[in-house]
Design a binder for this molecule. Structure first.
Ligand SMILES: C[S@@+](CC[C@H](N)C(=O)[O-])C[C@H]1O[C@@H](n2cnc3c(N)ncnc32)[C@H](O)[C@@H]1O
Length: 278
């Protein structure tokens, strides 16, 4: 397993907390997606790369007691927390599976709704994961992907340390076979994977000083410090200077941060009856 395969951000407790926070933050977007193309009562759904919760709770609610939800993730630490939350919240129709999404043994053609959020941009074999997702969907079922595109990743006023740090992280992703501009490519990737009736939407968030995601870029750079230095993209000294200057800039009440665009794309697995929402 490569470093990127293991998920560059790791599974430290603070990273798990961040993912839960992020999941809550993006709940309205997920709700809108599910209202458009989500499974109905009694449906079977899978959240690929569910992390510590993903949208398992929302799927559980939608399919109800007669339905089934599978949460699939490659990292045991993610699933440990997911297991705790699933038990605490009494999500009795949720089953958790530890597996690489590209090599899952879940039965092919079984799911009405196959979903993944913020996973494809973080794996070097995103095409293999997407193909495996399509294989999991039943004919007529829906495959839905939510992922970002750094198109809008700017701060205002601009600052050279921001540009440098964003470029460093993007370069680390690139040399690990991943693409920070994946979002915009989702519709054609879904079509290329054989889905039909592909649709797309996108949304943007903007943060000011009091929001925890205002400092996400600099927090990430610090989380990736060892990988950035190992790959000789920067030195510890340079990174200290950059992150110091950037934290100072972000602390200014006038500085705003634009988050990457969250793309949502979904399509239908060919053949079979259309999903209930259609
Ligand atoms: C950024 S987190 C997103 C978690 C969740 N989808 C959410 O939106 O809150 C990415 C997740 O994908 C998982 N992951 C990465 N590669 C994977 C793979 N090949 N198979 C299954 N899960 C994978 C990671 O372990 C991590 O939990």
């Amino acid at each position: 397993m490569t470093m990127a395969d293991k998920y560059l951000m790791g599974a430290a407790t603070s990273e798990l907390d961040r993912m839960l926070f992020q999941g809550e933050m993006f709940r309205p977007e997920a709700q809108r997606l599910l209202d458009r193309c989500g499974p109905g009562p009694g449906g079977r759904a899978v959240d690929v790369g569910c992390g510590p919760l993903g949208i398992l709770d929302m799927l559980s609610d939608r399919v109800g007691p007669g339905g089934e939800v599978v949460g699939l993730d490659v990292q045991p630490a993610m699933l440990d927390l997911a297991r705790r939350l699933v038990t605490e919240r009494k999500l009795d129709n949720v089953r958790l599976v530890e597996a690489d999404a590209a090599a899952t043994t879940e039965e092919a053609g079984r799911f009405d709704f196959v979903h993944t959020r913020l996973v494809l941009m973080n794996v070097p074999h995103s095409d293999a994961v997407l193909n495996a997702m399509v294989a999991l969907g039943r004919p007529g079922g829906t495959v839905a992907v939510q992922d970002v595109d750094w198109l809008t990743r700017v701060c205002d006023p601009p600052h050279p340390a921001w540009t440098k740090v964003v470029d460093l992280i993007a370069e680390l992703w690139r040399i690990n076979g991943m693409d920070v501009h994946l979002g915009r490519r989702l519709p054609r990737l879904l079509r290329g994977a054989g889905l039909t009736d592909v649709q797309v939407d996108a949304g943007i968030r903007v943060f000011q000083r009091d929001h925890p995601y205002h400092t996400l870029v600099v927090d990430r750079a610090e989380l990736c410090r060892d990988a950035l230095v190992e790959r000789r993209l920067t030195s510890h000294d340079e990174l200290d200077q950059l992150t110091g200057a950037l934290r100072e800039h972000l602390a200014h009440p006038d500085t705003v941060v634009v988050h990457p665009v969250l793309f949502q794309a979904w399509g239908r697995v060919p053949g079979g009856p259309a999903a209930a929402h259609d």
